[in-house]
Write a protein that binds this ligand. Structure first.
Ligand SMILES: *Cc1c(COP(=O)(O)O)cnc(C)c1O
Length: 342
């Protein structure tokens, strides 16, 4: 066991703290180099890099947790590796091999062991893998070279003092096109969402909810998280659309809802007008795990969920507890969900 960094773990928020090492690998002349751990938190790239001009880049987000026994676990890194491969293929970027992706995650977490928050602190180590197009260029074409990196930073629990319902408003903007890049984790979707987010926050909401970009009738994403609703007859319902980013948290919750909580799990179109069917609603993703949705406002009409939008419902509490217990090793999840860093 290494001595932990001098950090007040329980006071951490979702911010950047410089850790000791980051992993970097370069793709040149058709192949990836071995990659290395470096102390430098700056990268030097060519001014014509496609990542700068044409948005040729993608990223991932994942967490490492400390167990009661002091082991360090990664949650489903194979899913992040596969999703990044998918993002790279969509943007014609060199794919970083999935096995090597997982190895690099383990390597970088191990090198920064003193920054992995202790068990019971509510905090975790956030990993940010990214892959960008670099090299001498000016025209619109795939980059001649690529850079794959992973940096880490300890982050606090999303909700200090327990989960609290958040209030959302339907956006008038789209984050992605119907046949565009909504289904892959690329920065362009985020650049397109910054203004929509600001408009929602300025109007007093936590964030905005996007409708499907083709018909603007169905619920799609909740900011940068996936949506789910729970019906009175115990169904877990989540939207089906090619422009939604497939959240690993959501697919994990769907599995747990079906197998552990014996709920019915349904992926289907969810018209805004049908929101009244849900007794609980939530947004899910790596950062917050689950954000309970208190209410959704659309064209002046407010749809409130559990406890008139003021309380966290029992199913969300159960799902949250189940998932986080698996992530921190308190209970055993399905085979292969956690990978030990050793
Ligand atoms: C990353 C992301 C999510 C959440 O995915 P997880 O794998 O659960 O972290 C949801 N929506 C968008 C748009 C995202 O970029």
């Amino acid at each position: 066991m290494v001595a932990k960094a001098d950090i007040k773990w329980s006071e951490l928020r979702f911010g950047y703290i410089k850790c000791d090492y980051r992993f970097i690998s370069h793709f040149k002349d058709g192949k990836w180099d071995e990659g290395e751990l470096t102390k430098d938190d700056y990268i030097r790239i060519h001014e014509g890099s496609t990542a700068i001009h044409y948005g040729q880049q993608c990223f991932e987000g994942m967490k490492a947790y400390t167990t009661k026994e002091g082991k360090i676990l990664l949650f489903r890194p194979d899913r992040n590796a596969a999703r990044m491969k998918n993002s790279c293929e969509q943007l014609l970027m060199a794919v970083y091999p999935e096995e090597k992706f997982i190895e690099a995650c383990i390597k970088v977490v191990k090198a920064n062991e003193r920054f992995v928050p202790p068990y019971g602190s509510g905090a975790s180590l956030y990993l940010r893998p990214y892959l960008i197009g670099v090299g001498e260029n000016v025209g619109v074409r795939p980059a001649p070279e690529y850079l794959f990196g992973i940096f880490v930073t300890p982050v606090g629990p999303y909700f200090k003092g327990g989960m609290a319902p958040c209030h959302f408003v339907i956006s008038e903007y789209d984050r992605a096109a119907p046949r565009g890049t909504g289904g892959v984790k690329v920065g362009g979707n985020y650049a397109a969402s910054l203004k929509a987010h600001k408009v929602a926050v300025d109007a007093g909401y936590a964030d905005c909810i996007y409708l499907d970009p083709a018909t603007h009738t169905n619920i799609e994403e909740v900011g940068a998280a996936n949506f789910f609703g729970i019906t009175a007859d115990n169904s877990f319902v989540t939207p089906k659309s090619p422009s939604i980013l497939p959240s690993i948290t959501k697919y994990s919750l769907m599995h747990l809802a079906e197998h552990n909580l014996k709920m019915k799990v349904v992926e289907k179109e969810i018209p805004v007008t049908s929101l009244g069917e849900f007794v609980e609603a939530g947004a899910c993703g790596t950062a917050a795990v689950i954000t309970p949705i208190g209410s959704i406002t659309h064209e002046g009409k407010k749809y409130a969920f559990y406890g008139e939008g003021k309380e966290v419902g029992p199913k969300i509490k159960e799902l949250y507890s189940l998932l986080t217990s698996i992530q921190t090793g308190d209970i055993k999840g399905p085979d292969g969900w956690v990978v030990e860093v050793k």
